[in-house]
Design a protein around this ligand. Structure first.
Ligand SMILES: [Zn+2]
Ligand SMILES: [Zn+2]
Length: 297
């Protein structure tokens, strides 16, 4: 069925927005812009360099095997994400990681990051598979926090390649509420869109594959409750980014209002508003999904 058909004269809501191939290049640019005069300048410039390397990898090595048609149909029949993080990825993700590290070797990285690049270059395949499993499971206590953003970045590109190849056919309807319909990961943020058919609609952005899916507003994105949802933001800071907090399940997810600032990019603006996470954390709310470019240490 077409994505946006007229049903009884009312335009239906596009439920799914597939990843765009410019995602990493735009993220790199936005991170560089945000870094100017920011308290986290060094980290944002580092994240920008990582996103730039991701953009290069996606451009130069776009092909990664994807599930065949029978597998896609099976997933769609059973409400399973076709690129599920529960299945180990093709080993090619490790080649992608090595190319990312090579690209980052050309960048002026902070000394600690440069050291980790060298360590990861020499890491054996089994150790990298353990890192991969821990990052995808959100088991950050089990991984060196310095390594996590590099592993996360390589996995993002690997999944982005697959999601790009599948396009709209990569989405499965009926995947568990709150999880990406393509890969089953939790979201990094939600975004209120502007312009055209998507004006005012809220989409969750996948923390791993950058696919976007629609969830109505004023509803907890983790437990679907509409009771006890409140919005916290930093006094005197931007009101274009708030934390949507749920009293029912005690979780939160940031929400970005593009009508207040249309330059925002999901992962970049999430990173640049870490102070908001700290505020909300102090109030006892747990974050729903990770930002894979953030070092959890
Ligand atoms: Zn996803
Ligand atoms: Zn909730």
């Amino acid at each position: 069925m077409p994505d946006s058909v007229l049903a009884g004269g009312v335009p239906s809501i596009p439920e799914f927005r597939p990843i765009q191939k410019t995602v990493f290049a735009e993220r790199a640019q936005r991170l560089r812009d945000l870094a100017q005069g920011h308290a986290m300048q060094e980290y944002l410039l580092f994240a920008s360099a990582v996103a730039r390397a991701q953009a290069g990898e996606l451009e130069l090595f776009p092909d990664t095997p994807v599930p065949d048609r029978a597998r896609l149909e099976h997933c769609q029949r059973n409400g399973l994400p076709p690129l599920s993080i529960d299945s180990p990825p093709h080993v090619g993700w490790q080649n992608g990681l090595q190319r990312l590290l090579d690209a980052l070797n050309q960048e002026a990285l902070p000394p600690r990051a440069a050291q980790i690049v060298t360590t990861l270059h020499d890491a054996d395949a089994a150790a990298l598979e353990r890192d991969r499993a821990n990052v995808l499971a959100g088991a950050y206590a089990e991984i060196d926090p310095g390594r996590a953003p590099f592993i996360g970045a390589a996995l993002q590109v690997h999944w982005a390649k697959m999601a790009l190849r599948l396009g709209k056919s990569g989405r499965s309807a009926g995947v568990e509420f709150g999880l990406c319909p393509v890969c089953g990961s939790p979201p990094v943020v939600s975004v209120i869109q502007t312009g055209g058919a998507k004006q005012g609609l809220r989409y969750l952005v996948c923390s791993l594959c950058a696919s976007q899916w629609h969830v109505v507003r004023v509803k907890c994105t983790a437990c679907a409750s509409t009771k006890g949802v409140s919005y916290l933001f930093i006094e005197g800071g931007t009101d274009a980014v708030k934390a949507e907090c749920c009293d029912e399940c005690k979780t939160y997810l940031k929400i970005l209002y593009l009508d207040k600032d249309n330059r925002m990019e999901s992962t970049a603006d999430d990173l640049a508003t870490l102070a908001l996470d700290m505020l909300v954390d102090e109030k006892g709310f747990r974050r729903v999904g990770p930002n894979l470019l953030l070092s959890p240490g």
